[in-house]
Ligand binder design. Structure first.
Ligand code: GLA
Length: 359
């Protein structure tokens, strides 16, 4: 949908024009997985697909959440902001608004909101972070708070912790907020210092493969990994496989970025493959579908590197593939994946886009 169609949809839903439109992207992480919540390095980039938020104030002191992707409509009084039951989708935006209230801003009006996103749902490409960052940005303007993009990312992360119950790191929201076209973000999750590194690669594309696996990383398993790795690191138990993954992944990430900056793409790819193996064996967040997808990719000539991306279990792999090998990649990986799992994979050639903005 383009913004004209979205405006029409808003008018149809609320019987008035939207006052503002925001866009925040999803993300794909190239390397540095399951390190953010322990203060490691990550290297994600924002995608060209994401979530739009259109909004207008109302005179009835209600926050109204509607989505063109989800049928459930939600209405909340501005004087009764708290987490919604049953893992309701509106917790993502509501939790961001709540962060402003916690910081002393006052809602004196209600708002009618309409969301629409084109991030494939459940693919681990951060559709929820996109909703959060779009909302955080919109209410930054509503309240005239003047927060920078890093602060918007923190607001999104806190919404995830307090309203969605996922103790996630900062990576997804940070990428959605600070992304830049044709760049990846080398982020130190301890200090939040970051560097934008160009990833416009001569003759090579970033290809995302969606497993469409029913096994999702649920908040329980994710929070377990957060706890297990934190405990092992606090005890300095570096033989513990969770801690070992963290240490080795941080090293791989810094080495990979260094290699990329030197133009040594082959080393970057090797480190991506090693990252997958570590996530499979030490961190145990891959599962048969992601393993089948990565293993199929590793066999193809012209694949520089391939690994799972995001939280894991289901979701997507990310691969660097030479232009001329992309058709074979899609055909062969799709075929082998189907034969091994019975599932149909879907492929996207990633376009690396900008972070959140008012449209
Ligand atoms: C999810 C979380 C992120 C990060 C990744 C794994 O996407 O939201 O904070 O931990 O998993 O790298």
């Amino acid at each position: 949908m383009d913004t004209k169609e979205l405006k029409q949809a808003f008018e149809k839903t609320y019987g008035k024009q939207p006052q503002a439109i925001y866009f925040a992207p999803g993300r794909v992480n190239l390397i540095g997985e399951h390190t953010d919540y322990n203060g490691g390095y990550v290297f994600p980039c924002a995608l060209s697909f994401g979530t739009y938020l259109l909004l207008a104030e109302n005179n009835d002191n209600k926050l109204r959440f509607q989505s063109l992707n989800i049928s459930e409509k939600v209405e909340v009084s501005i004087n009764d902001i708290r987490p919604l039951p049953n893992r309701c989708w509106a917790n993502y935006p509501l939790g961001c608004i709540a962060q402003y209230i916690n910081r002393g801003f006052q809602l004196i009006k209600g708002y009618d909101m309409l969301f629409w996103g084109n991030v494939p749902a459940g693919a681990g490409l951060s559709s929820s972070a996109a909703i959060e960052v779009a909302t955080a940005c919109a209410f930054n303007d509503v309240f005239g708070a003047g927060y920078d993009k890093t602060e918007l990312a923190k607001i999104g992360q806190l919404s995830e912790h307090e309203y969605a119950g996922v103790n996630c790191g900062i990576m997804d929201q940070f990428a959605s907020a600070q992304g830049k076209k044709d760049h990846a973000i080398f982020l130190n999750c301890q200090t939040l210092e970051f560097q934008l590194v160009p990833v416009k690669l001569e003759g090579i594309k970033v290809v995302i493969a969606n497993t469409h696996s029913p096994h999702k990383l649920d908040s329980g398993t994710y929070n377990d990994r957060v706890k297990e790795s934190r405990e092992a690191l606090a005890k300095k138990d570096y033989t513990n496989p969770r801690a070992r993954h963290f240490i080795s992944e941080v090293k791989r990430t810094t080495d990979a970025v260094e290699a990329l900056q030197k133009g040594d793409i082959a080393t970057f790819g090797r480190l991506m493959n090693q990252s997958h193996v570590s996530l499979r064996d030490d961190y145990e967040v891959t599962g048969p579908e992601l393993d089948a997808m990565a293993e199929a990719a590793w066999k193809i000539d012209g694949v520089i590197g391939s690994r799972m991306t995001g939280g894991g279990f289901g979701g997507c792999t990310v691969s660097l593939v030479k232009d001329e090998a992309i058709p074979t990649f899609i055909e062969q990986v799709g075929k082998e994946y189907k034969a091994k799992t019975g599932l149909t994979a879907e492929f996207y050639v990633a376009e690396i886009g900008d972070g959140v903005k008012r449209v």
